[in-house]
Design a protein around this ligand. Structure first.
Ligand SMILES: C[S@@+](CC[C@H](N)C(=O)[O-])C[C@H]1O[C@@H](n2cnc3c(N)ncnc32)[C@H](O)[C@@H]1O
Length: 212
């Protein structure tokens, strides 16, 4: 299903600034070498993440779901000089690729990559988050939200990706387990009294969630 009109998407791509050469290289590398290259945020979403991060100017960023490192490097563009970005990836192979790109970026010293299941890694991370990007296994979104919310600073943001889940959540009774999980997550966030949420129709849907 085309959620966004391909014509509008292509026009928006053409009239948006290009990502830097390293981001373009990560996208090319991922398309050539990874069977799941569609998971990478890509130009428009990546530029949105960078712009959002530059507006927030976070000291602490948490990303759940590194993949080949594209979105982490987009988010890092808004980090303050003393800031740090923690990113979590389950799969060793993807983490090695991401680390190679991080090391070649201006943010090598500011990005801490954790390899392992996000729940386990999160249990060992202390501190307060200014900005969180959730982009890992969809069935865990509610858990990640509940784990992260207490350590999000008031006024801080969670960006949750794939909240349309390829349009499958538009059905009254979504069928697959991922679509159901995302539909439940969307209702959970909408009903949570501790946050404000704005769902944006960018790519596969991004919810911008602000803690009150
Ligand atoms: C959609 S991709 C992330 C894409 C990346 N954020 C980007 O925009 O380029 C999701 C990633 O989450 C990872 N992942 C899945 N389950 C996870 C878990 N339980 N803990 C940590 N990472 C997980 C996957 O291995 C995959 O690399």
């Amino acid at each position: 299903m085309d959620i966004i009109s391909p014509v509008a998407w292509s026009y928006a791509q053409q009239h948006s600034s290009d990502p830097d050469p390293l981001l373009q290289e990560i996208e090319r590398y991922t398309m050539l070498h990874h069977a799941e290259s569609h998971m990478l945020s890509g130009k428009l979403q990546g530029q949105f993440l960078s712009l959002f991060s530059r507006l927030v100017q976070p000291v602490t960023i948490l990303e759940i779901g590194t993949f080949t490192g594209y979105s982490a490097l987009c988010l890092a563009k808004g980090l303050r000089a003393e800031g740090i970005l923690h990113t979590i990836e389950l799969r060793e192979k993807e983490a090695v690729v991401a680390k190679g790109f991080f090391d070649r970026s201006p943010f090598a010293k500011q990005i801490q990559l954790h390899v392992g299941d996000a729940r386990t890694v999160l249990a060992g991370l202390k501190g307060t988050w200014d900005l969180v990007f959730m982009d890992a296994d969809k069935v865990s979104y509610i858990d990640y939200f509940n784990i992260v919310l207490p350590s999000l600073r008031p006024g801080g943001f969670i960006l949750a990706d794939n909240v349309f889940f390829h349009g499958q959540v538009f059905d009254e009774a979504p069928k697959g387990k991922n679509a159901k999980a995302i539909a439940d997550f969307n209702s959970h966030v909408r009903n949570c009294q501790d946050v404000e949420v704005l769902m944006l129709p960018i790519r596969d849907g991004i919810s911008v969630i602000q803690k009150k």
